[in-house]
Design a protein around this ligand. Sequence first.
Ligand SMILES: [Zn+2]
Length: 91
Amino acid sequence: MSESSVARRARRGLALWHDRGAEIRPMPAGGLSVPSCSQPGRSYRVSLAGEGRCGCADWRRRRQPCKHLFAALIWAAKQRRALVLAGRRAA
Ligand SMILES: [Zn+2]
């Protein structure tokens, strides 16, 4: 895996989170639902457990972090930050 392919997916993941982050949500069965960029109405199930996995063709082919995984990571980091800030307010 070249570094540029990781950087490119990280950048696309950031853009996906920026544009469609409001559509990312936890799934009842676990994992996160992350919208597809190319196919309207479609979303992929992303798991952040371990090294992470995604249901998209890119991840299945490469077994390396895809843009959905990066978008989910940013979303999860923001959620944790929101929880920390909410906890501080409550204290
Ligand atoms: Zn993916």
